[in-house]
Design a protein around this ligand. Structure first.
Ligand SMILES: Cc1cc2nc3c(=O)[nH]c(=O)nc-3n(C[C@H](O)[C@H](O)[C@H](O)COP(=O)(O)OP(=O)(O)OC[C@H]3O[C@@H](n4cnc5c(N)ncnc54)[C@H](O)[C@@H]3O)c2cc1C
Length: 152
C-alpha cells in the first residue's frame, strides 16, 4: 500500500519525492516519458531566479525566494555546482525604467534580498560589455546559475 503517488517526474515531482524520502512513507513517482526530467525541466536555462518577476506577495513569489535560499544546501547534498553571479535586468528607455521600478517593488514584496536599482553608468561599471544605451538596471545579487553541462 503506497502513501503517496506523484504524477510526473519533472523537477517538481522528483524534488517532492526527494523531500518525502525523509519521512517513513512509501512514495511512487509515475512518469509517462522514457526518463525523468524529459518535460520542461529538460529545456530550461538553469537560472536560479531571485524572485522579482512573480506578482508581489504571491505564493509563487515568496516560494521563489525561499527556494533560491534552499539551493546552496540542495546542491551541496547532490554534488551540483551553483554560482551566484547576480543579474542585471536592464532598461533602454523610460518605459523600461518604469518596468524596473515595478520589478523592484515586486521583489521587495517577495522579500528578495540584496537588490538595487543602478544607473546606466553604475551598471556598466559592473558589466563593461553592456551597451551605452542602457539607462538603468535592476541588480539582483541572488540570481544564480546551476552548472548543468557536466550532466548533459
Ligand atoms: C525554455 C524554458 C526556459 C526556462 N528557464 C528556466 C530557468 O532558467 N529557471 C527556472 O527556474 N525555470 C525555467 N523554466 C521553467 C521551468 O523549466 C519549469 O517551471 C519546470 O521545469 C517545471 O517543472 P515541472 O516538474 O512542473 O514540469 P515538467 O518538467 O514538464 O515535468 C512534468 C512531467 O510530468 C510528466 N507527465 C505529464 N503528464 C503525465 C501523466 N499523465 N502521467 C505521468 N507523467 C506525466 C511529463 O512527461 C513530465 O516529465 C524554463 C522553461 C522553459 C520552457
Amino acid at each position: 500500500m503506497l502513501d503517496v503517488i506523484i504524477i510526473g517526474g519533472g523537477i517538481l515531482g522528483v524534488t517532492t519525492a526527494r523531500l518525502l524520502s525523509r519521512f517513513n512513507l512509501d512514495t511512487l513517482v509515475l512518469e509517462k516519458g522514457a526518463d525523468l526530467g524529459e518535460g520542461a525541466s529538460k529545456a530550461n536555462s538553469a537560472v536560479l531566479a531571485a524572485g522579482f518577476h512573480p506578482r508581489g506577495g504571491s505564493l509563487k513569489g515568496i516560494s521563489c525566494v525561499r527556494g533560491n535560499a534552499m539551493y546552496p544546501q540542495i546542491c551541496k547534498e547532490l554534488g551540483v555546482e551553483i554560482a551566484y553571479p547576480g543579474s542585471l535586468f536592464v532598461a533602454f528607455h523610460r518605459e523600461g525604467e518604469e518596468m524596473i521600478r515595478e520589478k523592484y517593488k515586486k521583489g521587495l514584496k517577495n522579500n528578495v534580498p540584496d537588490m538595487e536599482i543602478l544607473s546606466g553608468s553604475e551598471s556598466r561599471a559592473l558589466e563593461p560589455g553592456l551597451s551605452d544605451r542602457v539607462t538603468m538596471a535592476l541588480y539582483a545579487r541572488t540570481t544564480g546559475i546551476i552548472e548543468l553541462f557536466p550532466f548533459c
